[in-house]
Structure formats: structure tokens, C-alpha cells
Design a binder for this molecule. Structure first.
Ligand code: ZN
Length: 354
């Protein structure tokens, strides 16, 4: 629902259009991060449009908070929001705050009403070329993201004399993300994956406009301790100790060297094929092994790395980066089969996608 009937002249626009900040392009050394202003429509005493058990103010906040998370997780951007909770903000506050902050772009997130269906978005009628570029980047990205989940009508990019488009001094767009009072649209807006898709589409459009490049690959890092339920197995030949204060967690496991593997296994669920850094932690002691065999099950076969467990205790030690297949399996073994004297120790492993 758009929320503006004033027809004040956009007096600042003409004066500032020529001096408006050009978006900072990625790759420029020393360049400050682009400043992205997100405006979740309505809030507090103003619910916005309501229908089918939904309130516009809650949906716009949910989308906007996810949009901020996606932007910050994938690109070097500064993000500011007109609100991050269910509070009342005037239209003047929203544009004054963005202008004072010096935002490089402004995106206002709304939900439509009035009995139509589909997605539409707006810029100011006489907006400059940078605003047109922003609009042309955001509109198709949001539409494509929505259509990855469900069927959505494209009502097209439009122009309108809305306060937040008129009184902002940087490129600004306003999105109307389906109709809250149309049942088919509301049913999509009730789906968590659809809300996330809307946020993802806004993020993709903003990144495209700013020239930020591809998003970071998904991050993944997990720690498996010898006490992690269902993820560690060792025979009864392995003792349990809390002797060293350098241990990870409550305790660790140890065994004497012997000419048989009798390995202790750490099981890890790898989310996708790729390269992963594998680190281990162990307490150190002069009585521990100078060459404890660690066997990594890689997609190119098993690889063994010997670890001197007499020193460097209580810190994460990298075994290296390895290609791993996707899937949940025993990934790392600590073997007893070594000529070195001293206990071999199994305490914790950390696997991180790189
Ligand atoms: Zn609205």
C-alpha cells in the first residue's frame, strides 16, 4: 500500500541530482562500502494494508531484516534501516534519515492492496538515470526470485509521486510485493520460502546495480568433539581423560600405539562437494605421540597427515585443505598405527568450507 497523497514539489531533487553520489563500484581499492538504506513500510501504530490474517507492517519488516542479512553475508556493504522493530516512523523521518546518512541508494518495501494481483515497483516520474538503472536492476530480480517459488503476475515497473521517492536525494525505488487482500497472493506471502525469495531478489537487484559481483559461496563450518552425540566412535581400547586443561570440551580420548588402525572416527555431514579446510585440536603433553596419523577421507582417496601431539596443544591446527564429496560419513580418523611412542589423542575436529 502506498502511503502518500501529498503533492509537494521535489525541490531537492533538481538541485542534488547532479551531485548525487555515483554508486561505488566493487574492486576499487580503498573505496568505502556502498551505503544501502532499507525502508520497511509502515510499522507501530500504522499497520499498512491488512487482509487474509496478514499485516503489511510485519511482512515488510520480515523481508527487510532478511534483506539486510543477505546483503551483509554476501557483500561488503553498509546497511541502515528506517526501523528494525515494530515502531512508528513518519515518512519525513525515513527520507530525512537516509539523506542525512548519505545513502547511495534507498529501497522501500511494501505490500499492495486493492484487489489486484502480482508484483509492481515504482520510481519518481522525473528520476535521473541512476534511479532508472536501480529500478531496472531491482524489478526483474525480485520478479525472478518470486517466480522461483510460485506463479506471480508482472505488473511492471511504474512511476509515482510518493514521498519516499520524491524527498530522497539518492536513487530510490519502492516495491509492492503482491496483494495482501487477494487470497492467492496472501497464500504466497504466508510461505517462509517466498518471503526469503523476495529478500533474495531485492539483494540481487541491489548488488547488480552496485556492480558488486557474485555473492560469496555459502559458508559452512562445523566442530565435532569426541563427545558430540552420534559423531564420534572409538573402540573400548581408547581411554577417556580430562587430565589436560588444553582439552576441547569436557574430555578427550587416548590410546597406545599398536600395529593396527583401530581408529577413532569423527563423522561430519558435508553439505556440498568442494574444498574444505580441516583442523584438529588436541591437548599436548611430552607423553603423547610425536606422529599421530590423521587420515582424511577425500574425494581423491584417503590422505594421511601425521601430527606431533607433544606441542601446540589447545589450538586449532590445520591439516590442510582437501576436496570432499557431499554427504554424511566418517571423515577423519585418528589411527593407532604408528611407530612413534606416546599416546595418540583424539579430541576435536573443525571443518570449514573455503
Ligand atoms: Zn505500504
Amino acid at each position: 500500500m502506498f502511503d502518500d497523497s501529498a503533492l509537494r514539489r521535489r525541490t531537492l531533487l533538481a538541485a542534488l541530482a547532479g551531485a548525487a553520489a555515483v554508486p561505488l563500484l566493487g574492486g576499487r581499492a580503498q573505496a568505502a562500502s556502498p551505503k544501502v538504506y532499507i525502508d520497511p513500510g509502515h510499522g507501530g501504530t500504522d499497520p499498512g494494508a491488512v487482509g487474509n490474517g496478514l499485516q503489511e507492517k510485519a511482512l515488510t519488516l520480515d523481508i527487510s531484516l532478511q534483506l539486510r542479512t543477505i546483503l551483509q553475508a554476501n557483500w561488503a556493504v553498509d546497511v541502515r534501516m528506517s526501523r528494525t522493530t515494530d515502531i512508528t516512523r513518519s515518512l519525513a523521518y525515513r527520507t530525512d534519515d537516509a539523506n542525512a546518512w548519505g545513502a547511495n541508494l534507498f529501497v522501500s518495501v511494501h505490500i499492495n492492496s486493492g484487489g489486484g494481483t502480482g508484483f509492481e515497483s515504482y520510481r519518481y516520474p522525473t528520476a535521473d538515470a541512476a534511479t532508472v538503472n536501480l529500478h531496472n536492476a531491482v524489478h526483474p530480480k525480485v520478479l525472478a526470485a518470486m517466480r522461483s517459488v510460485g506463479s506471480v503476475t508482472d505488473r511492471g515497473p511504474k512511476t509515482a509521486n510518493f514521498h519516499v521517492l520524491r524527498e530522497t536525494t539518492m536513487p530510490a525505488v519502492l516495491t509492492e510485493n503482491l496483494f495482501i487482500d487477494t487470497l492467492a497472493d496472501a497464500n504466497l506471502l504466508k510461505r517462509a520460502d517466498f518471503i526469503t525469495a523476495i529478500a533474495r531478489g531485492h539483494a540481487d537487484g541491489i548488488a547488480t546495480y552496485l556492480g558488486l559481483g557474485s555473492p560469496n559461496p555459502p559458508t559452512f563450518s562445523v566442530i565435532v568433539d569426541n563427545a558430540t552425540a552420534g559423531r564420534f566412535t572409538a573402540s573400548t581400547n581408547w581411554g577417556t581423560s580430562a587430565y589436560s586443561s588444553q582439552r576441547y570440551g569436557a574430555d578427550y580420548r587416548f590410546a597406545t600405539p599398536t600395529p593396527a588402525s583401530d581408529a577413532a572416527w569423527f563423522k561430519v555431514d558435508i553439505p556440498a562437494a568442494g574444498n574444505y579446510r580441516i583442523e584438529v585440536r588436541h591437548p599436548a603433553d611430552p607423553g603423547y605421540s610425536s606422529a599421530a596419523p590423521h587420515v582424511v577421507v577425500t574425494s581423491a582417496g584417503n590422505q594421511t597427515v601425521n601430527v606431533d601431539q607433544r606441542s601446540n596443544g589447545g589450538v586449532w591446527r590445520s591439516l590442510g585443505t582437501f576436496p570432499l564429496a557431499a554427504g554424511d560419513r566418517n571423515l577423519l580418523a585418528v589411527s593407532r598405527w604408528t611407530n612413534a611412542t606416546g599416546y595418540v589423542v583424539a579430541d576435536a575436529v573443525r571443518v570449514t568450507r573455503v
